[in-house]
Design a protein around this ligand. Sequence first.
Ligand SMILES: *[C@@H]1O[C@H](CO)[C@@H](O)[C@H](O)[C@H]1NC(C)=O
Ligand SMILES: *[C@@H]1O[C@H](CO)[C@@H](O)[C@H](O)[C@H]1NC(C)=O
Ligand SMILES: *[C@@H]1O[C@H](CO)[C@@H](O)[C@H](O)[C@H]1NC(C)=O
Ligand SMILES: *[C@@H]1O[C@H](CO)[C@@H](O)[C@H](O)[C@H]1NC(C)=O
Ligand SMILES: *[C@@H]1O[C@H](CO)[C@@H](O)[C@H](O)[C@H]1NC(C)=O
Ligand SMILES: *[C@@H]1O[C@H](CO)[C@@H](O)[C@H](O)[C@H]1NC(C)=O
Ligand SMILES: *[C@@H]1O[C@H](CO)[C@@H](O)[C@H](O)[C@H]1NC(C)=O
Ligand SMILES: *[C@@H]1O[C@H](CO)[C@@H](O)[C@H](O)[C@H]1NC(C)=O
Ligand SMILES: [Cu+2]
Length: 585
Amino acid sequence: MVLQQWLVSALVGFAAFIEAAQVNVALNLTWQKGSPTGVSGISRDMIFINNMFPGPALVLDEGDDVMKIEVINNMPFNTSIHFHGIEQLNTPWADGVSGLSQWGILPGAKYVYSWKATQYGTYWYHSHDRSRIMDGLYGAIYIRPSPNRDSPFSMISSDPADIKAMTIAASSPEIVILSDWDHLTSDAYMQAERESGYDIFILINGRGSVYCKDPEELTALQAPQVRAVVNESLTDKGCDPFLITLQGNWEHHPEALPGGLNSGCIPSEGETTVFNMDPGSKWASFNFISAAGLKALSVSIDEHPLYIYEVDGYYIEPQLVHQFPIYNGERYSAMVRLDRGPAKYTMRVAGNGNQVISGFGTLAYPGGEENSYQSIPYIDYGGINTTASVIPLNTTNLPPYPAISPAELADDFYLLTLGRINSSWEWTLDGTAFLPADLASMEPALFNPEAPGLTSSLKITTKNDTWVDIVFQLAIPEPTLLQPPHPIHKHSNKAFLIGAGHGKFAWNSIEEASNESPQSFFKTPLYRDTFVTAPNGEAWIAIRYHVENPGAFLLHCHMETHLSSGMGMVILDGVDAWPNLSGQH
Ligand SMILES: *[C@@H]1O[C@H](CO)[C@@H](O)[C@H](O)[C@H]1NC(C)=O
Ligand SMILES: *[C@@H]1O[C@H](CO)[C@@H](O)[C@H](O)[C@H]1NC(C)=O
Ligand SMILES: *[C@@H]1O[C@H](CO)[C@@H](O)[C@H](O)[C@H]1NC(C)=O
Ligand SMILES: *[C@@H]1O[C@H](CO)[C@@H](O)[C@H](O)[C@H]1NC(C)=O
Ligand SMILES: *[C@@H]1O[C@H](CO)[C@@H](O)[C@H](O)[C@H]1NC(C)=O
Ligand SMILES: *[C@@H]1O[C@H](CO)[C@@H](O)[C@H](O)[C@H]1NC(C)=O
Ligand SMILES: *[C@@H]1O[C@H](CO)[C@@H](O)[C@H](O)[C@H]1NC(C)=O
Ligand SMILES: *[C@@H]1O[C@H](CO)[C@@H](O)[C@H](O)[C@H]1NC(C)=O
Ligand SMILES: [Cu+2]
């Protein structure tokens, strides 16, 4: 027996904007019972921020430098808050990673974060201590672009009225936090992995319902690429069965799995997030954030094409699509024309991987409250396109706007081999060592770059104002093992995704590789803070970034169970220009 539980959906933070003008923002973290899937759902211990879940959205203006965020830890364990995608230029001590940029915030203690909003766009904040994202510690950050920033809206429409409407829509977006949810706490979840030896995934939604369906119906909805590997009936939760052949020749104790995890669906009905649309405003911007602990998701809005115009907090040349995938930590903003009749239209968020599951939100047009019209979906319950004319996002074609490119050559080159190590559920980023599970209790590397807990294979050490190449090579210890795409997140400044290829990266540098295999390198590199590896098989991706902000930063898989089991390493950027930390701790 194995488990899983989840439902997806749209959680919205718009009811609780905190303006930057309020210099002191307090985030009061508490550990209380809650049931995001409704009163009929399973109640469990979870994290609330200012009595809200998700926490309040922080809405700032580009250039704001008065931000003081006071975190009050009223929970029975240490914590810290990381501001995902915020580069923390000249404030590496505000990056919020326990054991790296600060000591954990003790129960009953307070901690103040200060930083400057040097970027614009959609970001989020979340826990960076163990797997607490899965307990609900997250909220949105939106930084309004400065008025003189060049936006790409004239590439969507040449009509000045449209451009004006889009500019207004972009400055007051609908923020949509997507997340998964399980009835187990993150600690119980990790314990289940340790005791059973199984690599378990889960999903649900922050505000949503648990739908129970016929396993046959769920099996029929399985994605073809998954069916090619798992040709078996799914459980009543739409989960893959747990087959030893898929888990590798490690020790397994399936009997140690808690009940109800991947089968044994218990339905419950919670709230549905409703977005009230004003067709008079002509356009709306939906800014999606994936706060999912584990699940990769696919997103669409019935009858509403999406112009994706911002990715991880940087504009792109808008891409017209009907659905797009979003991995843990990523952000995509979509401009949407409000041209439909008075009715309700469904926002669909489907699991895109090892579980057939969906969550739903609603776009409500005025006058459509009583209309029983059923909107026409672009994707089904399993996230698959309903017709051949549905356009998916091509995730390697996201040209930054305005154009921005990396240096032609880099100064340093690192090849990291990532994959499972020592069990089906433990992961490594560098091929040999695990990021210590007790990193959070160690002396922060920012205070002591020679901190003894980090072996040399867990550290990348760079000089300031240099360019660094990192290749992530997927290892395949056993060819039959399923390996999910890993969303690798780099803290501090963004990086360029410059290439991707199949097989082994057989070269000693990017220069050598691009001479011998030019087709593996993008003409227009992507500029973002999360980079997704290929599913299964042997493959690689390459990133290049500029070292410009000395400090100790994390490089890690953003799937919470992967990070918790060791899939991360530390970048000590600019060791030759290390910050003076007097007075910071
Ligand atoms: C934090 O929230 C809890 C629960 O609502 C409340 O008891 C406590 O007084 C709050 N603390 C602060 C400092 O606001
Ligand atoms: C799945 O199994 C069935 C029968 O067991 C077989 O006919 C079918 O070809 C298999 N499909 C795939 C994708 O392997
Ligand atoms: C989904 O799109 C693909 C690629 O265009 C197409 O081959 C497939 O038939 C589509 N699925 C359905 C159900 O139309
Ligand atoms: C996706 O975009 C890349 C980069 O522009 C291009 O090379 C590739 O052919 C595109 N893929 C598809 C399926 O259109
Ligand atoms: C994996 O297990 C082997 C054998 O028990 C051990 O020597 C090695 O240190 C382990 N690797 C890690 C990263 O813990
Ligand atoms: C909590 O943080 C303190 C330092 O603030 C550290 O000494 C302790 O080891 C941490 N506890 C855990 C369980 O990580
Ligand atoms: C690090 O390099 C960047 C980019 O060249 C530069 O702007 C910055 O001032 C340098 N930082 C220090 C502390 O020298
Ligand atoms: C670090 O800053 C403190 C206070 O600003 C100053 O007294 C000290 O000399 C500085 N140390 C170094 C090594 O620059
Ligand atoms: Cu991973």
